[in-house]
Design a protein around this ligand. Structure first.
Ligand SMILES: Nc1ncnc2c1ncn2[C@@H]1O[C@H](COP(=O)(O)OP(=O)(O)OP(=O)(O)O)[C@@H](O)[C@H]1O
Ligand SMILES: [Mg+2]
Length: 199
């Protein structure tokens, strides 16, 4: 069993807490703190599908299985870090920032465009696409790429879209349209960034 202590805490959402793995600083462990394990089970099932499909793991972190922790069952994933070793920040952090350096804008716009293209072309299904569930992984000074860390998979009662790529892509296109609106709203205070996103 591994111990998850406060010093390795990274962040939390509504259901899970995320910690740096005590045995591997490039992995993280997620434990459920609110609700049951049904969402995690659905996520793991979809991850099995992605593993079989042999996707590139550039826009989604790898899943490394389950581990027992002092906070219950933990799901192990790649931890997203910037080029300088710092844990990456969410896209929400950058979009809503009041002091975003103008030099960051082209890199963020480029990363969003690439992410949209890749999600669609690799046909990776998501539930609501939210900037708080996407990390902006900086790969150099003012460059980076987006990695989706949550809400991956299909929550349909009968998830037939998962297995029919044509239907999967139609679903993803709809999610991406809503995502674009969310992104523009989130940076409404930053006209330069909005302009960059629209061009
Ligand atoms: N692979 C990762 N690399 C780096 N940070 C991560 C990773 N996964 C999660 N995090 C951090 O931990 C936080 C919580 O993780 P996550 O979004 O999976 O929890 P959640 O409770 O399922 O969220 P939600 O409220 O959207 O359901 C994220 O917002 C992010 O800051
Ligand atoms: Mg989340």
């Amino acid at each position: 069993m591994i111990i998850l202590d406060a010093t390795s805490f990274i962040g939390k959402g509504l259901h899970r807490e995320c910690y740096i793995h005590p045995d591997d600083s490039n992995q993280c462990v997620k434990v459920v703190v609110h609700g049951d394990l049904s969402e995690s089970k659905r996520e793991q099932k979809y991850y099995k599908f992605l593993q079989k499909k042999n996707i590139r793991w550039d826009i989604v972190p790898r899943f490394h299985g389950l581990v027992e922790t002092d906070k219950g069952s933990g799901a192990v994933f790649d931890l997203i870090r910037d080029f300088n070793g710092e844990v990456s920040k969410t896209l929400e952090y950058y979009l809503s920032s009041e002091q975003l350096d103008k030099k960051e804008i082209p890199g963020i716009c480029e990363a969003i465009a690439t992410f949209k293209r890749e999600l669609h072309s690799q046909a990776i299904i998501t539930m609501t696409l939210s900037p708080k569930n996407i990390m902006y992984k900086k790969t150099a000074g003012n460059e980076g790429c987006l990695v989706l860390i949550d809400n991956i998979g299909n929550s349909d009662f009968i998830p037939v879209c998962t297995y029919i790529t044509y239907l999967a892509k139609k679903k993803i296109a709809r999610k991406l349209l809503r995502f674009e609106q969310t992104v523009l709203k989130m940076c409404a205070h930053n006209k330069a960034l909005q302009k960059g996103l629209k061009t």
